[in-house]
Design a protein. Structure first.
Length: 122
């Protein structure tokens, strides 16, 4: 397990159980659904024209920010929160930087969680 600041491990322990407890398989399934949904939402956001879809980008960012926060993906949630909170004033370059950061952190977070919870790889 890395202490990269990507993940709120206490949040994940509340979901999956602590290390000495049996892994919650149902929550593992929900995590997989979150990952699939997150990939889809990131692809949707990336596919939108920034200048003409700001409201939709903010809504999609909000949705993914919430689910990311629920699963302890704190840096992903922070980057998406930056987009959502500043959608009216953020520059296209700053938007792209936040989106790129969110996407990179999303996939890095998945790897860290799968490394810690091997049951997710089954």
């Amino acid at each position: 397990m890395s202490d990269s600041g990507l993940i709120d491990w206490e949040q994940l322990e509340m979901i999956f159980g602590e290390e000495d407890e049996e892994f919650d398989v149902e929550m593992g399934e929900l995590f997989r659904e979150f990952v699939e949904d997150g990939r889809d939402r990131l692809a949707t956001i990336k596919g939108m024209r920034f200048d003409s879809n700001r409201d939709t980008i903010a809504k999609e960012s909000h949705r993914l920010k919430g689910s990311s926060s629920n699963f302890g993906f704190q840096r992903v949630a922070s980057s998406l929160g930056n987009i959502e909170d500043n959608i009216e004033t953020i520059s296209p370059d700053a938007y792209q930087a936040s989106l790129t950061q969110a996407e990179g952190d999303f996939f890095a977070s998945i790897k860290e969680v799968e490394a810690k919870y091997e049951a997710l790889n089954n």
